[in-house]
Design a protein around this ligand. Structure first.
Ligand code: NAD
Length: 368
């Protein structure tokens, strides 16, 4: 049987640096005879614009649609800030998400015990935190029409449209309920039904899907602004949070701070199953291309490595191997291995991106 296929799109800035550490782990799995992937690589974002004049070629898009999973580093950077909107690096990522129909974005926020003191919140608030934000990814205000900057009378007006269909809400609700059944059977849905019609529909549809298909899961609803407050106040009250594209973008970045560093946060974006039963899927760290530290060996590769662990679990049903990676991360952090972003005010000597990757592989080796 052919090996499962992985398309690696490392992208810009620190993307290739953190992805190098994932490649080491893929090589390790292969060398141990545990699992081998057919790995191919491509360009996305600014590097694709430099090579081809577009942030994503049709050819790379087609390969992404065929791959069993796509791993992405990060896109963007100041060099591309003045480009026309249509060819900005982020358009490459948005096209991947849209054409792969990756409507369900899973963003775990997990606080490793060794890092509980690095959060901006008190240890007791974050220690042991393990929540997942499920963000709708292919619709809502980032895609709705009409959009643009228009002239009305003697001034310009900027317009974006929040638009959700019932089926778009239903499918992301289902993915949150399915995930909850594998965890603590608890979902909190967040919107602004008090001021937005799309929020009223969101609340109604999530409730209907719950009542018809997932009555065993405990469902609560919360306004997204209150949700933001509650996430700061007592995040452990949540397990799975499901929300729309815009609120999910903001709430998941906030959840990032709960765990101490953006460099720790992985994500998975899942679509409908392909013919082989695997969901269309793209895995990427939540962080961006970090131009301020690019090329300095300072990037924390853990978010990208944990994204690969999510690929093992969600695309390849290799839950034990995903846990092996996650436990190795936990072990090196407990041993005090830190990249610069994880150093406390008392300082110390941080390891480089490559040294962090090597330490994680050594911990995986020790786990055999
Ligand atoms: P960013 O996530 O790149 O960086 C924010 C801060 O976090 C920076 O100080 C950075 O050094 C730090 N940081 C991020 N990742 C880190 C890591 N792995 N290890 C250590 N420190 C890390 O966000 P930004 O500065 O707002 O954006 C920079 C560029 O990235 C922009 O062009 C933006 O459009 C793009 N971006 C891309 C994505 C993506 O590819 N998914 C996401 C967000 C931003």
């Amino acid at each position: 049987m052919a090996n499962p296929s992985l398309l690696i799109l490392a992208g810009d800035g620190i993307g290739p640096e953190v992805m190098d550490e994932v490649k080491k782990i893929i090589t390790w799995f292969d060398a141990q005879g545990i699992v081998s992937f057919d790995v191919s690589e491509g360009l996305v974002g600014g590097c694709s614009y430099d090579a081809h004049g577009t942030p994503l070629t049709d050819e790379t898009m087609a390969r992404a649609l065929e791959a069993d999973a796509v791993l992405l580093g990060a896109v963007g950077g100041p060099k591309y800030d003045k480009l026309d909107f249509s060819v900005k690096p982020e358009r490459g990522l948005l096209r991947l998400r849209k054409e792969m129909d990756l409507f369900s974005n899973l963003r775990p926020a997990q606080c490793f015990d060794a890092l509980a003191d690095f959060s901006s919140l008190k240890r007791e608030v974050v220690a042991g935190l393990d929540i997942v934000i499920v963000r709708e990814l292919t619709s809502g205000v980032y895609f709705g029409e009409p959009r643009g900057i228009f002239v009305e009378g003697n001034e310009r007006v900027g317009i974006n449209t929040q638009r959700y269909t019932e089926s778009e809400i239903a499918r992301v609700a289902r993915s949150a309920f399915e995930l909850a059944r594998k965890r603590s059977n608890k979902v909190c849905s967040m919107e602004k039904a008090n001021v937005m019609e799309s929020g009223i529909l969101w609340r109604e549809v999530v409730q209907e899907i719950h009542d018809k298909e997932y009555p065993d899961v405990a469902l609560t609803h919360m306004y997204a602004d209150n949700g933001a407050m509650q996430l700061c106040r007592w995040p452990k009250q949540f397990d799975v949070i499901v929300t729309d594209n815009l609120f999910g973008d903001i709430l998941s970045d906030m959840a990032a701070m709960l765990t101490g560093s953006l460099g720790m946060l992985p994500s998975a974006s899942l679509g409908l199953p392909m013919e082989n039963g695997r969901p269309k899927a793209l895995y990427e760290p939540v962080h961006g291309s970090a131009p301020d530290i690019t090329g300095m060996g300072k990037a924390n590769p853990i978010a990208c490595i944990l994204s690969f662990a999510m690929a093992l679990r969600y695309s390849f049903s290799l839950g034990d191997e995903a846990s092996r990676v996650e436990k190795a991360v936990e072990k090196v952090l407990a041993d005090g291995v830190r990249t610069a972003d994880l150093m406390g005010p008392e300082g110390g000597s941080p390891v480089s991106t490559g040294q962090m990757g090597d330490a994680i592989i050594a911990a995986m080796q020790a786990s055999l």
